[in-house]
Write a protein that binds this ligand. Structure first.
Ligand SMILES: C[S@@+](CC[C@H](N)C(=O)[O-])C[C@H]1O[C@@H](n2cnc3c(N)ncnc32)[C@H](O)[C@@H]1O
Length: 250
């Protein structure tokens, strides 16, 4: 996500300090203590400006929702949304999803949301996609058997590529659709999703469930990704760039 530098980032972060977990490594294995009585922890990767984060936390008050984002200029908007709604059950990590296993213990996370992650269309960048094999193995480690990943994207080449990675890594797939909102808006939309939906773009979604056969990091190194470019990368990159430009002017 290309972002304008937010003015007053530091004081705005300070005002939302109670929502930020500044040393997430210290919380490993203890996250659920943050919300007494809560038995469930959900994790959103790349929350961006947090429309989905705030609405999900409000809809599911018994769930502790942790939102992780590596761009603080986007995350501050998500944090302010959560603070303005007075949500007691959401926390934020300013960090990279590649460090997930340092933040969460084995089986500690019950569900992971990956919404409109960056597609990284070039083959040489495929390992950075949040649905690449190395990421899926980390997710496997922090989820229990039966734990789920909910994945949404407008990018069909990324979605189709991800489906094959999930299958190779032995996740059980369900609720797979290439047009989530075919019969009208369904579920909580993210910031990106609301824009794409308004523009008439189709949204892909699937749920991947961990089984006893799903591969984790103990299964060893992942094979080198071959021929992993996304086929319509050029056209997609241009439309995403146009979208970002429009957003910057808003
Ligand atoms: C295209 S935006 C989507 C934002 C939001 N999920 C939505 O749907 O509106 C992708 C977001 O994921 C974040 N992101 C990408 N890779 C990440 C990573 N490895 N760790 C944490 N955040 C990441 C980006 O900074 C960006 O804010």
């Amino acid at each position: 996500m290309r972002m304008r530098k937010r003015r007053n980032l530091a004081p705005r972060m300070e005002r939302c300090a109670e929502l930020l977990i500044s040393e997430p490594e210290q919380m490993k294995g203890k996250w659920k203590d943050l919300l007494p009585g809560c038995g469930v922890l959900w994790l959103e990767l790349g929350c961006g400006k947090g429309r989905f984060t705030a609405e999900l936390a409000e809809t599911e008050p018994q769930v502790l929702l942790v939102a992780l984002e590596r761009v603080p200029d986007a995350m501050i908007i998500a944090m302010e949304r959560a603070k303005n709604r007075g949500l007691p059950n959401v926390r934020f990590i300013d960090g990279n999803a590649s460090l997930l296993d340092t933040f969460f213990g084995a089986g500690e996370v019950d569900r992971i949301f990956i919404n409109f992650c960056d597609p990284w269309p070039k083959s040489r960048d495929a390992k950075l996609r949040l649905t690449s094999p190395a990421f899926l193995r980390q997710y496997c480690d922090v989820l229990p058997v039966g734990g789920q990943i909910c994945f949404k994207t407008d990018n069909t080449p990324l979605f189709d590529w991800s489906v094959s990675v999930f299958k190779d890594e032995k996740w059980q797939l369900s609720e797979l659709t290439h047009d989530l909102h075919a019969d009208g808006p369904l579920g909580i939309m993210t910031d990106y999703e609301a824009k794409f939906y308004a523009e008439g773009m189709k949204i892909n979604r699937l749920v991947a469930t961990k089984t006893a056969a799903t591969l984790g990091t103990a299964a060893g190194p992942v094979a080198r990704l071959k021929d992993a470019s996304l086929t319509d990368a050029r056209g997609y990159a241009e439309s995403r760039a146009a979208f970002e430009n429009r957003k910057e002017q808003e």
